[in-house]
Design a protein around this ligand. Sequence first.
Ligand code: F6R
Length: 240
Amino acid sequence: MKFIKFKTEAEAVKHVAEIIVKKIHAKPSLALGLATGSTPIKLYQTLVDDYKHHTISKQATDWSHVKTFNLDEYVGVDYNSEISYHKFMADNLFDKVNINKHNTFFPEDHSFDSLISKQGGVDLQILGIGTNGHIGFNEPGSKADSLTRVVELVPNTIAVNAKKFFNGDINAVPKTAISMGLASILKSKEIILLAFEDAKTDAISKLKKAKSFDPSFPASILTQHPNVTIIFDSSVKVDA
Ligand code: F6R
């Protein structure tokens, strides 16, 4: 695992957006694994700016053949509702670039892993991290061989998401989600995990110390992958 620290989130996301844009130019049918939540919002904005104003690449970036696979979605939500991750992705990225919606995939059932394989696998997976070390919604206790499945969110995740996205209303947060598993994530050819909040300091510090997989800290599965980069900014109090 490589750890790269940037002074600001803007610098960090520019670096990641450059990687993504370069990859799309080199392989127009790039398969991206995508996360939702607060962490990737600025990255998506930067990619949209590049699409509209060529801020990263001098030539237009064509998203029409790009394929995307989202990590997770709440169970039982209307995909058009404000709380759904389908809507989050539409609002933050998909409706703002020329992606073909037929190439954007979300987990709906356990067939998601074979769908990803049939599409050729994920080239680059973008991840956030929970304060409890979850990636996707693979909460502590998740198994190393877990695939896409329905998961129960733990009280910490419900509380954090309530504060960030539901005006503090714990009752409004769905309690179950469907999430790619740890083994699903590990199949990706390359992984970039992002963290831009002081609240992620403990998780990133633990990840840096991790030597092997510990189910109580799911992100430690990344120690088992050969091409992982952790990108964070100075709000995370960890040295690179
Ligand atoms: C979201 C996801 C989660 C988030 C994590 C961090 O698709 O898979 O693992 O990345 O909960 O969330 P934020 O970015 O809101 O701090």
